[in-house]
Design a protein around this ligand. Structure first.
Ligand SMILES: O=C(N[C@H](Cc1nc2ccccc2[nH]1)C(=O)O)c1cc2ccccc2s1
Length: 177
């Protein structure tokens, strides 16, 4: 990597959610917003000017906030969910296995083309985003539970995930942008 002027094992990374550079030590696995002690600040300044132009990256879709995607999801909670309650049901007592059967049936219906994820989320999702057809808006890395983020960022726009499990319950995710 070009000479960043940082001490050994330190590298510059980019926070999509804050659209800011940060400094990461790959050996100690620590990160910080300010350059560490021992940094050659002139070299770092030249490196940043050459490699970290602020603002949008080339090829970013106009209007889409940098590093973010938009997705909708359908959530089926169960009695082990972090918050076993929703607008649909004050106390959710179904087991995880029962929730799995329900969400797999939803997945089949969506994959058959009989209904869209958003339409089904309106009545069936245990997330408060149900009223918006499951649309969660734009989000970046670090905003959502890790399993959800990994699955959503692996999708292409228009694609739907398989069943994804988080502490909230079982999800089907459709990437919108
Ligand atoms: O965390 C939320 N809702 C929880 C359920 C839940 N847990 C999630 C975990 C990952 C992604 C979405 C998730 N939704 C609840 O209602 O108990 C959110 C609701 C909304 C509504 C609009 C936009 C974002 C969000 S995130």
């Amino acid at each position: 990597m070009a000479d960043t002027g940082l001490p050994p094992h330190w590298e510059v990374r980019h926070s999509n959610s804050k659209n800011l550079p940060y400094y990461f030590n790959a050996l100690e696995k620590v990160s910080r917003w300010e350059p560490p002690a021992g940094t050659d600040t002139d070299k770092l300044k030249h490196y940043m000017a050459a490699h970290h132009s602020a603002g949008t990256r080339p090829g970013a879709a106009p209007g889409v906030p940098e590093g973010k995607i938009r997705a909708a999801h359908l959530l089926v909670k169960h009695r082990e969910s972090r918050r076993p309650s929703s607008w649909r049901e004050a106390e959710i007592t179904r087991t995880k296995d029962e929730a799995m059967e329900i969400i797999l049936a939803h997945e089949q219906k969506i994959q058959s083309g009989a209904v869209s994820l958003g339409e089904l989320a309106l009545t069936e999702s245990d997330c408060s985003s149900a009223r918006k057809r499951g649309d969660l808006g734009y989000f970046g890395k670090g905003d959502m539970q890790k399993e959800f983020e990994d699955a959503a960022f692996a999708l292409k726009p228009g694609q739907m995930s398989g069943v994804v499990e988080t502490a909230s319950g079982l999800h089907l995710i459709e990437r919108l942008e």
